[in-house]
Write a protein that binds this ligand. Structure first.
Ligand code: TYC
Length: 116
């Protein structure tokens, strides 16, 4: 973790001159903030072709054919399954890409995200 300099105004200053009445301290304790993570899930339905779901997993979730087939069959058998875990904006983008692609091909496939 990189210690970032923190610029602080001290009790003096306010005379308008650059950096007069200021002091710089350096953070010593590393500040590590974990990002909120979101699961992207596929939901089962009776109409979307298995091959289409496998294609989605390869195209948008970088799965190889074997992993994509395993996830698709899990969703088919259990009703829901995880495609991946991402930060909020990435997860949101994946959900939109899947929903748009499914709609374009007139399949009822549903994709959702949930906070981990
Ligand atoms: N149940 C679908 C079928 O039998 C296949 C399917 C799998 C659909 C996963 C959606 O998310 C899904 N054709």
């Amino acid at each position: 973790m990189i210690a970032r300099p923190i610029l602080m105004q001290n009790e003096k200053g306010g005379d308008g001159n650059a950096n007069r009445g200021t002091s710089v301290i350096t953070r010593t304790k590393p500040k590590t903030k974990k990002p909120n993570l979101y699961r992207v899930l596929l939901l089962n339905d009776d109409y979307t072709p298995m091959e289409f779901v496998i294609h989605i997993l390869e195209r948008f979730f970088q799965k190889d054919r074997e992993a994509a087939t395993r996830i698709m069959l899990h969703v088919h058998n259990h009703g829901v399954g995880e495609c991946g875990i991402y930060t909020y904006e990435v997860a949101e983008t994946k959900v939109s890409q899947v929903m748009d692609f499914a709609r374009q091909h007139q399949h009822p496939l549903q994709c959702v995200m949930e906070k981990k």
